[in-house]
Design a protein around this ligand. Structure first.
Ligand code: NAD
Ligand code: AKB
Length: 301
């Protein structure tokens, strides 16, 4: 039998596009999309329900789990205990089912694993001292990938930019919201400073990276398997505005930093992804202007 795939958190920003890509690759009947919320072609599955995960994995003969259910940084910092429960205990429940039934697991990490002591261009190997609970849960995820005996892989996704689903409560959401505001209002009030530079990535690159990583033979992956650095494009909020103004010259942006500025300031400006490039051939396709052009093409279609 071929791959039988379970996706958790499938209705979110990544799941919306990853499910499509997995169905295209493996066939529609091979992918079971689940979320704690109701949605089209999506079964209800709460990742806190260990028995529910186990029985679904068993009954559907699941071979691979793409575990996307989580609380992101901004939502997570509002409710740190819930963030820890969903992100760590939810992952442990997925790993337990994977262990019992011999599944491979993809569990995303994030640039949120880095803290203020990280160099501005984050190396693959550096002390991981995040200030957010969300970041701490991602450090645990990377450690579990090295210690559970399950074939578990992850990517330190930068802030992801896409138009098919809204961003899900993160610090980097401004880089998604700004497009919708630009088209509907001609104005955006940004919650980080104009000079805030963060690593970002267009969703197409992120989906391709995910599929590519899961294809690599296990023995080819080294100590970064739980969270490879992958770089897309790095830009300031002001540079994003300038790129959007190529399409909408009258677009304006004001800057009113809130608590999310603190999380952004604790993360690096850019990512060194040499290890992903050399171990499994990672190469991004979208730079800032390419991403902005693709966003406008998608939103206006
Ligand atoms: P999202 O918030 O858009 O989607 C998460 C989904 O998980 C939601 O649909 C939500 O309903 C679901 N969920 C929440 N609690 C659940 C529970 N108890 N059981 C089952 N489902 C539950 O997030 P996303 O952007 O799609 O992120 C997916 C993964 O990628 C997360 O692990 C996130 O940390 C990671 N990541 C995302 C980004 C980004 O910029 N989007 C960057 C780095 C890492
Ligand atoms: C967030 O801002 O919380 C996410 C992430 C970078 O993990 N987009």
């Amino acid at each position: 039998m071929g791959s039988r795939i379970l996706v958790t958190g499938a209705l979110g920003q990544i799941g919306t596009e990853l499910v499509e890509a997995l169905e295209e690759k493996y066939g529609q009947g091979s992918v079971i999309a689940t979320d704690v919320r109701e949605g089209n072609n999506c079964r209800i599955l709460d990742v806190m329900d260990a028995a529910g995960i186990e029985s679904l994995v068993r009954d559907e003969s699941i071979t691979e789990i793409y575990h996307l259910a989580a609380l992101l940084s901004a939502t997570g910092e509002k409710n740190p205990e819930l963030c820890w429960k969903i992100n760590v205990e939810g992952l442990e429940n997925v790993i337990a089912a994977a262990n019992t039934h011999g599944c491979r697991v993809f569990a995303p990490s994030s640039i949120a694993v880095f803290g203020p002591d990280c160099p501005s261009i984050a190396p693959q190997v550096t002390p991981l001292n995040p200030t957010t609970v969300y970041g701490k849960t991602k450090v645990v995820s990377e450690q579990l990938a090295m210690t559970t005996g399950v074939d578990m892989r992850g990517l330190r996704y930068p802030g992801l930019i896409s138009y098919k689903a809204p961003a899900g409560g993160g610090t980097t959401d401004y880089a998604v919201e700004i497009f919708h505001a630009a088209l509907t209002e001609g104005h955006y009030t940004c919650f980080v400073r104009e000079d805030t530079r963060l690593p970002m990535m267009y969703m197409d690159d992120a989906i391709r990276a995910t599929l590519e990583l899961m294809e690599v033979p296990s023995e080819q992956l080294g100590g970064a398997r739980g969270g490879y650095n992958i770089s897309g494009c790095s830009f300031t909020a002001g540079e994003l505005v300038a790129s959007i103004q190529r399409h909408l010259p009258d677009f304006t942006c004001a800057y009113e930093p809130d608590i999310r500025q603190n999380y952004a300031d604790s993360w690096p400006n850019d990512i060194d992804d040499e290890v992903a490039r050399s171990e499994w051939g990672w190469v991004p396709e979208f730079d800032l202007d390419g991403m902005v052009d693709a966003m406008f093409a998608g939103l206006q279609a």
